[in-house]
Design a protein around this ligand. Structure first.
Ligand SMILES: [Fe+2]
Ligand SMILES: [Fe+2]
Length: 257
């Protein structure tokens, strides 16, 4: 790739700049979570959660990969405000990854292996095949909606446990990522044709097929935690449906093209 960076680019997209500034102001360290407090959760629930967290754990790393794949394209494409937001998103995802690593360490447990959860690599591979920031950001938005719903439930169910506190902080970062994807995708989608829109909708179906496979494998630990996988997936699908309309991928904005 040939780079065409500008030494002193104009920064004029106030909304994205505000988002970046908010991201910078709200950085937080893993120490905020008081890891030294004794763990009061029973061993069975810890083990079930260690399994259920596996695809999320990998997902945080996929998000870091997504950031690194898109960043050069955005800088080279003279979108410095988007590049700033993405760079701060990379730091957030790195922190989420680090926190989960530390959680596994604390519990002295391992995530499930690739052999136990082959679908998680399929999800990863679906995204890695993509070259265009539009695909990546749509995939990342779906992953962020997943993360938001997942961490949101953790925060609600376990407000007094470390995992609940970790989730509460993480959700705030994920909401900022969604705001960025919302803005970026809404602008980009104004310029794409129906075939391209359909490709993005197909990507969603693909990702959901993989997620269904994943939740089937995780049925037993999900059951141990009293979570309904189907209810979760249905709600997540509704989330993506709402966002597809909101960013103009479907609905009146798309039909006007
Ligand atoms: Fe994340
Ligand atoms: Fe995220």
């Amino acid at each position: 790739m040939e780079f065409t960076l500008r030494v002193h680019p104009e920064l004029k997209d106030d909304l994205l700049l505000r988002l970046f500034d908010r991201g910078t102001e709200r950085q937080w360290g893993t120490d905020t979570l008081h890891w030294e407090e004794p763990e009061t959760w029973d061993r069975g629930s810890q083990k079930a959660m260690a399994a259920v967290l596996t695809p999320i754990y990998l997902g945080e790393q996929t998000a870091m990969l997504g950031v690194s794949a898109m960043l050069p394209q955005m800088l080279n494409g003279h979108e410095p405000e988007a590049a700033l937001c993405l760079a701060s998103m990379g730091m957030d995802e790195a922190r989420h990854f680090r926190n989960l690593w530390r959680l596994y360490q604390r519990w002295q447990l391992e995530p499930w292996s690739t052999r136990q959860l082959p679908e998680m690599w399929r999800y990863h591979a679906r995204l890695l095949q993509r070259r265009d920031p539009l695909d990546w950001l749509w995939g990342i938005l779906i992953s962020d909606l997943f993360a938001n719903r997942f961490y949101g439930q953790l925060a609600e169910r376990y407000p007094n446990l470390l995992i609940g506190r970790l989730a509460r902080r993480t959700v705030v970062d994920e909401a900022r990522h969604q705001a960025f994807s919302d803005r970026y995708l809404t602008e980009k989608l104004k310029t794409v044709d129906d075939t391209r829109r359909q490709e993005l909708l197909d990507l969603r179906e693909d990702l959901f097929r993989v997620m269904e496979g994943l939740t089937r494998r995780l049925a037993s630990p999900l059951d141990d935690l009293g979570w309904s996988a189907q209810a979760f997936l249905d709600a997540l699908y509704q989330d993506t449906e709402r966002w597809a309309g909101r960013i103009g991928l479907t609905g009146p904005a798309a039909a006007n093209d």
